[in-house]
Design a protein. Sequence first.
Length: 317
Amino acid sequence: MKPIVFMVSGQGSQYYQMGLDFYSENEFFYKSIHSLNDVAKEKFGTSVIDIMYDHKKHMSEAFEDPVISSLGIYLIEYALASTLIHCGIKPAKIIGSSMGMFVSSVLAQCLDKYQGLEAIYHLMTLIKERGEHGCMIMVLADPSLYHGSEILRDNAVLAAMDKAFGFVLSMHLTNLDCVENYLDKIEVSFHRLPVSRAYHSHWMDIIKDEFLNMNLHFSSTEPSTSLICCAKTDELKTVGTLDLWNAVRSPLLFSDTIAKIEEKMASCYIDIGPSGMMATGLKYILPQHSQSEIYTILSPHKQASKNFERIKALIRN
């Protein structure tokens, strides 16, 4: 059996009703989400489940609140990873992207699940209360477009780069019209990500010192499972507060991260995010000769239980 790699996504992968089908059908997943939601209600006075699964909200509506959406992603990803592990599907490696590094650090036993929850809450509260409004755009073009465009360089920064399928721009909200008008003019396809802050950019730096001074109680600084951050591309030998900050501040290098894994081994990649967006990106990144496999469980298409059973059957065989 190929080594299993969990891929853990962050902001931009969220939507209302995410994981609702699996939540309704899998008891272990249901209980795992509620164990964290109960703590969130007690500590923060908020039921993430009530907001995330509000029947009045359609999944097409933007789920942009930095705090609630990040807590929602955390609950979903921790619960799904726990359900997989409970069924004997354990990762040999974990790839954390952006906010996904918080759950990844929990899965690697550097933080316990409640410490991870509090860390996410406090970071995103800082961003919501003190961070300037911003946005992020996925551009379906080669990153060289950014480097060759003065308009793009003056109004946005590269938040993620993947030559296989495009790049992500992060910008202040006041720069959005200028950037979108330019992309329309040169007829380049793009779409906005469901975020309300300019992650992976200097617009976050106003909260850096306060976050780094947070008293996070790490269970261990050494990951129990090979842990890779998309902002670093290499395995982390130790994990600290600065690593969590870099995960949400530095540009994401997903294709470079995957390339280093593929040089060493073929893998079974499982996207444990709510939308399957890392698995989608991976399909464009893997070389044609790769023997690796890609699996998604949760997505807006509501095939979670079917996808989950398929993974269990394939891996057990």
